[in-house]
Write a protein that binds this ligand. Structure first.
Ligand code: NAP
Length: 525
């Protein structure tokens, strides 16, 4: 597929109105051809008008048609796997094999959402038939279904440039819900974004849908993102990135005359608690596993286990030595962008200035945007005294916390802010203490893992990739997994409707054949 560098607005290829940019190869610090168009508020407005025009027909498309559309996107992604992985590898420094795996994951996600659409359960159809004889007041027929929110803006993430970007779970779940999508492409991988955008644009055309179902815009600063969240026709936003960026967009959306939901996924250190019996039995194994996970994708993962807490005692030294060995053996690797690399270096300095002891360092940086792996250690008292030690360092760094006793572990667990995940490493003898820790973690995290690590994340019905602030701006929802679709839906009740005016999901003979709640009982009737 030839890259042209255009913005993709509906079916149109749109040229630059606000200058151009080139992708940077972070491994060689050189620019890559071609030039990519930058747009501004006028392009946002054009895309939003088209999305609004597309809304009614897309929201009311049959479940079968919408599912087939999502499967077309999956097929299209698979067809460009090699090309996409090679281009994004140049733009991100990530290995081609990893990116091919991400493409497969992205295609699978679209197929999973196609299945969700066909099942129709996302409609959450509920029927409370009329009760004309009810005393003292008759009840009218009430029927409820969930419909799409409206056109939505999705900010592609930098760190998983396929499965959290243009063709990521946000796009898949929004389209599954019936929301037209305006994608704000991340400037870290403009070529990959265009390739994925063209796949979706082509699928819209092949499926015979309104062109406004999908647009891809790109800008040279905050202006385009701000225009998106402020546009009156945009009814929801999703974002994965920094807390500063996420909260700036969130606040802006709440200041609109008509505030809209903004689902941001921002920051998490994914604390790992090693309980004493597990530490004594397999300290080295846990330390090695933790360090291996923390170093994956140069530590640039929202689920990177970043903080490990263990009570000093049998197994502690083995744990620490295993972590040191892995970190020391790791070569410095290219980070995603100069900005992410400089933020990493600054945050490593912050840890040193806060008194964290550097206990291991990997190979030194050879190239400008290389990230050197580092491991710090503090004791529990230090950690309690300085909460900045518990903040995210996005990159290949982790912090080992030497805890004095179990009570200190409990106190520290209570100090954590909202997290995407937390892990407990336990053996049988730890169960009673784990039961004490559990409610503390439940209040602070979206997912609790036993005897594994949080990364990677499954995409399934029971997945949660969310959590209390600052992990996300809305702990009631997930951005990964099949229930991610719920962010893009809202309920509508139809009262006293004749059958011919009812939507497909609520008609009397259930032509869609979906599960519905009738008088509170689930049935396909
Ligand atoms: P970012 O700076 O938050 O940017 C993400 C996207 O939001 C970009 O498209 C950016 O546009 C846009 N944006 C950010 N702030 C904005 C604002 N005030 N107004 C309008 N648009 C705005 O994230 P990033 O570039 O991916 O990485 C920067 C840092 O974010 C990393 O160092 C890391 O700390 C954190 N991060 C965390 C995670 C995680 O999952 N925990 C993931 C990725 C990044 P422009 O680029 O055009 O400005």
């Amino acid at each position: 597929m030839k890259l042209t560098g255009h913005l993709l607005i509906g079916a149109q290829e749109v040229s630059a109105t606000a200058g151009t940019m080139k992708a940077l190869n972070p491994a060689t610090n050189t620019e890559i051809e071609p030039s990519f168009a930058l747009g501004g508020p006028a392009e946002v407005d054009r895309a939003a008008q088209l999305a609004d025009d597309a809304f009614d027909s897309f929201n009311n498309s049959s479940l079968a048609d919408r599912a087939a559309f999502l499967e077309r996107i999956a097929d299209g992604l698979e067809a460009i796997t090699a090309e996409l992985a090679q281009r994004i590898s140049l733009e991100s420094g990530l290995p081609v094999a990893q990116l091919e795996g991400e493409t497969a994951k992205a295609a699978t996600q679209f197929r999973q959402f196609a299945a969700v659409v066909r099942q129709g359960r996302f409609r959450q159809a509920a029927i409370d038939p009329a009760q004309p004889e009810r005393q003292p007041r008759a009840r009218m027929d009430h029927r409820l279904q969930k419909i799409a929110l409206g056109p939505v803006a999705i900010f592609g993430a930098s760190n998983f440039p396929i499965s959290y970007s243009v063709a990521g779970g946000d796009t898949a779940s929004a389209l599954a819900a019936g929301c037209p999508v305006i994608l704000k492409a991340h400037n870290a991988h403009p070529g990959g974004s265009e390739l994925m955008g063209r796949v979706i644009q082509q699928a819209v055309k092949d499926a015979g849908l309104h062109e406004g179902v999908f647009s891809l815009v790109r800008g040279g600063g905050n202006e385009i993102g701000e225009a998106l969240v402020e546009h009156p026709l945009i009814k929801g936003v999703t974002f994965t990135g920094s807390e500063v960026g996420g909260m700036a967009l969130y606040r802006r959306a709440q200041l609109r005359p008509d505030p809209i939901p903004v689902f941001t996924e921002m920051t998490s250190v994914n604390p790992t608690f090693i309980l004493p019996a597990a530490l004594a039995a397999r300290g080295a194994e846990i330390g090695d596993g933790f360090a291996e996970r923390m170093l994956v994708t140069v530590g640039q993962a929202c689920l990177k286990p970043a903080i490990l807490l263990a009570v000093d005692g049998p197994g502690y030294l083995e744990l620490k030595n295993a972590m040191i060995a892995r970190v020391q053996a790791m070569q410095a690797r290219t980070m995603l962008t100069p900005g992410i690399n400089s933020a990493y270096r600054k945050n490593v300095e912050r840890q040193i200035n806060a008194g964290a002891q550097l206990i291991a360092a990997g190979g030194e940086a050879q190239l400008p945007w290389d990230g050197q792996s580092v491991l710090f250690e503090v004791d529990g008292a230090q950690m309690l005294a300085d909460s900045t030690l518990g903040q995210e360092v996005f990159g290949p760094a982790a912090l080992l916390v030497r805890i004095s006793d179990k009570e200190q572990l409990i106190t520290l667990a209570k100090q954590f802010q909202g997290q995407l995940s937390a892990t407990m490493q336990i053996d049988q003898a730890d169960h009673a203490f784990a039961a004490r820790l559990l409610p503390i973690l439940e209040r602070r995290t979206g997912r609790i893992v036993i005897n594994a690590f949080a990364h990677p994340q499954e995409v399934s019905y029971a997945s949660i990739h969310g959590g209390p602030f600052p992990a996300t701006s809305d702990s009631r929802f997930t951005s990964v997994g099949m229930t991610a679709i719920e962010r893009f839906l809202r309920p509508v009740c139809y009262q006293g409707f004749p059958d011919d005016l009812l939507p497909e999901a609520l008609k009397h003979n259930n032509p869609a054949g979906i599960w519905r709640l009738t008088e509170g009982e689930l049935a396909k009737a």
